[in-house]
Write a new protein. Structure first.
Ligand code: XMP
Length: 318
């Protein structure tokens, strides 16, 4: 695709020109936008790019490991993995309110990132995976969903950080970002990942969050996602994940009575994420997912499927 190749060549030249021999910092999240931005910038300036990946302890199973493998090892990018789970989990202890949790996670993220970025001496630029719809959203009057949920990663990083911004994807729509990503050699599967909220599993463990619940949820979610890929369904739905309810119910395993948590499997189909329908996943598939979660994840003995549309429900549960 010569248009994309042109775009990449043009942007690489612009980045080189703008950055010179200065250092650039980028917060890598594992998501599509920051990853594509990182690979593009890395193509232009190589090791002058310093990526920071913060493991909040609220990410999907093995996310840090996968990011280091995919982008550190394969693309040979310079990435610092910051293990900050303790910090996030301890700040969240005893907090059940969703908005409160979002604020805590957002603030902590800014703190950790700020600390880490100051350790990188002489960095002049902060790169972000801002795409065109983010630019529009931040210019428009905030809609109701912004009021209901403060999306902490829209609106960017702390203003007190004195960096010049580098946003090479600012003019692109999501589908274009994906194409650029594939053209840059990022595997298809990574470029077509579902969106993942900034507060992560912090808002998918309903109510109070602790390490044990996060671990249980990571395992269950991983099974669901793995089955979606295996059954060629992942890209047929817009966003899919598991939610952990702080509700225990009675079950039976062998001849033992169990009393464990309930997991909810959620999958939505949507174009703009403002309205959505629940995915009509095949019964047989749901049966496989439910069976695997209950058999393989200790701590869950019941699985429900969310059949609510948006509105009036939202895609996330918090
Ligand atoms: P809802 O639940 O409002 O979600 O239907 C719509 C889309 O927004 C994502 N979402 C968030 N993303 N920080 C984010 O970065 C957040 O606090 C947040 N809350 C919801 C959600 O995953 C879905 O894609």
């Amino acid at each position: 695709n010569w248009l994309l190749t042109n775009y990449i060549e043009k942007t690489v030249a612009e980045i080189k020109e703008k950055v010179g021999d200065n250092k650039v910092i980028l917060g890598l999240s594992g998501g599509v936008d920051s990853s594509v931005a990182a690979v593009l910038i890395h193509k232009a300036i190589g090791d002058q790019l310093n990526c920071i990946f913060v493991d909040t302890g609220l990410l999907r199973k093995d996310e840090g490991k996968k990011v280091m493998e995919n982008y550190g090892k394969h693309f040979k990018m310079n990435i610092k993995l910051v293990e900050a789970s303790e910090r996030f989990l301890s700040k969240l202890a005893g907090v059940g309110d969703p908005e409160e949790k979002r604020k805590i996670i957002g603030n902590e993220f800014v703190h950790v990132f700020d600390e880490e970025s100051h350790k990188i001496e002489g960095a002049k630029f902060l790169a972000q995976g801002t795409i065109y719809p983010d630019v529009i959203e931040s210019q428009s009057v905030k809609g109701p969903s912004a009021v209901i949920k403060s999306h902490h990663n829209v609106g960017g990083l702390p203003e007190e950080m004195k960096f010049e911004l580098l946003e090479p994807l600012r003019e692109l729509f999501k589908d274009e970002v994906r194409k650029v990503g594939e053209e840059l050699g990022i595997p298809h599967e990574l470029v077509y990942r579902h969106p993942f909220p900034g507060p992560g599993l912090g808002i998918r463990v309903l109510g109070e969050v602790d390490t044990e619940k996060v671990k249980i949820l990571q395992e269950a979610d991983d099974i669901f996602i793995e089955e979606l890929y295996k059954n060629d369904l992942y890209e047929k739905v817009s966003q899919a994940f598991v939610v952990l309810l702080p509700v225990k119910s009675v079950g039976v395993m062998g001849d033992e009575r169990t009393y464990e948590y309930t997991a909810v499997v959620r999958s939505a189909n949507t174009i703009d994420f403002m309205t959505a329908t629940w995915s009509r996943l095949p019964y047989e598939f749901l049966d496989t997912v439910s069976g695997r979660i209950i058999n393989e994840v200790r701590g869950i003995n019941r699985v429900a499927y969310d059949i609510s549309s948006k509105p009036p429900a939202t895609i996330e549960w918090e």
